[in-house]
Ligand binder design. Structure first.
Ligand code: GDP
Length: 461
């Protein structure tokens, strides 16, 4: 389906574009054919209808004779605006009351309230950017670390889309050659060089595999690395959590088992966001409240991508440590063993512990060894499964699913090639791959798909 079929919306929409609450200013945005006329009907100052695009005008908003606010109005005339429609932005004082009053006035004068994501949806439908770029707008707004910002920005500026479009263009070339063969019907012609097609598909699959693998890292960059800290009561878990978060969040106490529930918070280390989860530990317990905590700890280990096993080096022998690590049941997730309270240890036999597993020695209370621990956290994320052969990183589950479908369709093409299947079957499998790739950038769209994507945006975006 082409984008053109969605140009049904001639309404002028309005929403506040800034966050709710008291700020110095708030921005109300109007978009649509009537945006300038509607703004002009509540604005006292220059006649906005005769002003040039990309100009700003001081004036007042009035409800009849009543003065509502002094404002600045910015004009962006079609097609030189975010939505490619006429856009008016009213910067008013940042009171929710004023914002509501102005929006009510605009509604009375012919605007309607924007739906979630409608500004960005219009921008997409009017060809401002493709679907993957539109989605990146939401990611950019949500970005809370330098890495997530970098990835969203690259996607919004079209880096990801360019890669997908290049893949698609090569495939379209072959699809058209094969379809040309079909036009010749009975005649036994082959325009599409089968071995070149096979090579192309192997190359496409390699690229797609890299993109699929990048999703693990992409997910981590976007949502943070869930990292659970486990260990016996009094090992120093809360103290370590506080140090990592640089603030007093968890309750630190000398009474074993004080961290009854888990405490969760996020911090950014070298641009990667870590979600640290402190737990009540895994000790078998008679205490009912704590028993619930222990059960939750098990759940948190399930959810974690990375586990820090923290122990008091003065309380646990190397042999005990080996047993504890065995019973941890980490499901193959990376476990960092961290020995705490080295400040209290005299004659510490580091080698005996290191014979069990690689160990980091720290004293959480006086921050000894914390920098090394942070480095280790980063290198664990960058290594192994999370590593990616692609400079483009997939962060979006929808894109991941489409890439998987493309990969499977390409598998079918390969199989068809190896069994010398007829051209029309080959063409059908190639088209299936093209369809899945096209869904990523929005070359192929359906109402459901758009609804699904833009309804997740907030109103005003
Ligand atoms: P949790 O039960 O594992 O959360 O342990 P806490 O963080 O509550 O710490 C238990 C006790 O050990 C507290 O009194 C902390 O001050 C103390 N503690 C934590 N880390 C260290 C450390 O590195 N050195 C010393 N000497 N004491 C520590």
């Amino acid at each position: 389906m082409s984008n053109a079929s969605f140009f049904s919306n001639h309404d002028t929409i309005v929403a506040v574009a800034t966050a709710a609450g008291k700020g110095a200013i708030a921005v109300i945005r109007l978009s649509g054919l009537q945006a300038v006329q509607i703004a002009n009907s509540v604005f006292k100052g220059k006649d906005l209808r005769t002003q040039a695009s990309h100009t700003i005008h001081f004036g007042t908003i009035r409800d009849g004779a009543r003065l509502v606010d002094e404002v600045l109005v910015s004009l962006f005339l079609a097609p030189h605006s975010y939505t490619k429609e006429n856009v008016v932005e009213i910067s008013c004082h940042g009171s929710d009351y004023i914002v509501q009053e102005i929006i009510k006035l605009l509604l009375k004068n012919g605007a309607r309230l924007a739906q979630a994501g409608e500004f960005t949806k219009r921008a997409f439908l009017n060809g401002q950017f493709d679907l993957a770029q539109a989605e990146a707008v939401a990611d950019l707004i949500a970005a809370d670390s330098s890495k997530s910002h970098e990835v969203a920005l690259k996607q919004m500026r079209g880096g990801f889309s360019a890669e997908i479009k290049a893949l698609r263009a090569q495939l379209i070339h072959f699809a058209s050659l094969i379809e040309l063969e079909l036009d010749f019907g009975e005649e036994d012609v082959e325009f599409a060089d089968r071995s070149a097609l096979e090579n192309l598909i192997h190359e496409l699959q390699r690229l797609i595999r890299n993109l699929l693998q990048s999703f693990a890292l992409g997910n981590v960059i976007k949502n943070g690395v869930p990292t659970v800290i486990v260990g016996k009561p009094n090992a120093g878990k809360s103290t370590l959590l506080n140090v990592l978060l640089n603030e007093e969040k968890a309750i630190v106490s000398d009474v074993p088992g004080t961290t009854r529930d888990f405490i969760e918070d996020e911090t950014s280390i070298e641009g990667i966001s870590f979600r640290f989860i402190d737990t009540a530990g895994l000790r078998e317990t008679q205490d009912k409240v704590e028993a619930i905590g222990v059960e939750r700890s098990r759940q948190k280990i399930e959810e974690a991508a990375l586990i820090i096993y923290l122990f008091d080096v003065n309380e646990l022998t190397p042999a005990d440590l080996a047993l504890e690590l065995q019973s941890l049941n980490s499901n193959g997730k990376p476990v960092l063993a961290v020995a705490n309270k080295v400040d209290l240890a005299s004659n510490l036999n580091q080698a005996a512990y290191e014979a069990v597993t690689p160990i980091l020695f720290i004293a959480a209370a006086d921050k000894t060894g914390i920098e090394l621990l942070k480095e280790k956290l980063i290198s664990t994320v960058n290594q192994g499964n999370l590593n990616t052969g692609s400079s483009t990183i997939v962060t979006n589950l929808r894109h991941y699913t489409s890439l998987e479908q493309t990969y499977q369709a390409l598998d079918a093409v390969l199989q068809g090639l190896s069994t010398g299947i007829s051209g029309d079957f080959l063409a059908a499998d190639i088209r299936r791959a093209l369809y899945a790739l096209g869904e990523i950038t929005g070359d192929i769209t359906t109402d459901d798909l758009l609804e699904n994507i833009f309804s997740k945006f907030c109103i005003g975006k």
